[in-house]
Design a protein around this ligand. Structure first.
Ligand code: FES
Length: 177
């Protein structure tokens, strides 16, 4: 994963640093601070962990230790196309784990991670409420039911094709404008 912050994230980090002053330097404030950081940046980049550890005067490893204990915190930016694979009971029984592995293999990342170009991220989630369609994956906001390993490549390919088409349309618009 590329650890470089985008210009927008750099701005958000400055905002985080200025808001830290309103939190007293107490360990008990760590969770609310991390929540504030994630709200601003959508995840907890290493640069933000450093700023938080300096503010609270505790080791970065301690900040990580606490943050990794809670599922609510992300350590990678969400991809442009977030993929959520359901591993609730019905999906798990019907091969949700194999679907997850297929996405991981095709994209070369593990769940909880984001591709270096930030196009895709993978998460595993608990029951999303449509067990009759198990196993289920959600890409962007669209639910894909009765998933099979053979469908994984097709779905990713469809996104790539749509992206190419958008890019071509954009270039055409620019050359016509
Ligand atoms: S267990 Fe996956 S939708 Fe319910």
């Amino acid at each position: 994963m590329n650890d470089e912050l985008t210009p927008e994230e750099k701005e958000a980090l400055k905002d985080v640093a200025s808001k830290l002053g309103s939190f007293e330097k107490q360990r008990g404030n760590l969770i609310p601070i991390l929540q504030m950081v994630q709200e601003k940046l959508s995840y907890l980049p290493t640069q933000a962990i450093k700023v938080v550890s300096e503010h609270l005067e505790i080791f970065e490893s301690e900040v990580y230790g606490v943050a990794t204990f809670y599922n609510q915190f992300r350590f990678h930016p969400p991809g442009k196309h977030p993929i959520k694979v359901c591993l609730g009971t019905a999906c798990h029984v019907r091969g949700g784990g194999i679907i997850l592995e297929n996405f991981e293999r095709k994209l070369g990342i593990h769940y909880g991670q984001t591709t270096p170009d930030r196009e895709f991220s993978i998460e595993k989630v608990a029951c999303v409420g449509c067990c009759a369609l198990a196993p289920v994956a959600i890409i962007d906001e669209t639910v894909h039911g009765h998933m099979a390993p053979s469908k994984v490549e097709g779905l990713l390919m469809r996104i790539e094709i749509e992206k190419e088409m958008e890019e071509r349309a954009r270039i055409k618009d620019e050359s016509c404008g």
